[in-house]
Ligand binder design. Sequence first.
Ligand SMILES: [Zn+2]
Length: 260
Amino acid sequence: MARARHNGGRGWYGKMFAAALGVTLLATGASVWTAQAGSANGSAPKTKATAPAKQAALKPVDVSIVHASDKGPRGVNITIDDGPDPTWTPQALAVLKEFGVKATFCMVGTQAQAHPDLVKKVVAAGHRLCDHSVSHDTTMDKKPEAYQSQEILGAERMITEASGGVRPMYYRAPGGAFTPYSRKLAASRGMRPLGWNVDTKDFERPGTAAIVATVQRELPNGPTLLFHDAGGDRSQTIEALREVLPWLKEQGYSFGFPVR
Ligand SMILES: [Zn+2]
């Protein structure tokens, strides 16, 4: 996959976010100080914690691309990209439910905007959301930072609106087209850059058996598995999940989420 070198520095977006972060930290420090002063005086603190939970949850995360599972060395992360799709996402949800598996859904912004009901179903079933850009431009790493910012922040907004306020916890660049800038921007918004270890190649429709065999052969590469629930006929993916999920359980794996 293509990886462009980037030497343009952070640009004004980066500076703007750094400035915003600085203001946030200053404000937090001030309110803590006020609260302490208030209790020392024996009077009630004047500041009230009235920020909505979804805003309070927005904390910067590490900028490095994560692959590890929060379930440890015998954990695997099921990640499902490019949806939501009205035909395939419900089927993926049904298979995951059948085997009691939680997954991470990397959603394209326009898809999320078009199918908010599906985004809400994904969240309601206990799965996590991941920002997969507005338009799935796999060459976005070669484009200006302003464009990358629109793609990442636009999808973040579309997904969060579609979900009813639940934010994406990860950012996966389409085709792996990360840049240092895009990783930093996503991380500043609480979205951990998310990679993968096993590309099942389900997108190429190699047959259910081939998808299953790829998982079994390449699992030693690492715990994060890549599937798709949109972009064409995904019936092979659904059937492969139906075989892979019980096989992984038999091997002693448990299902987790990528580390944040
Ligand atoms: Zn994708």
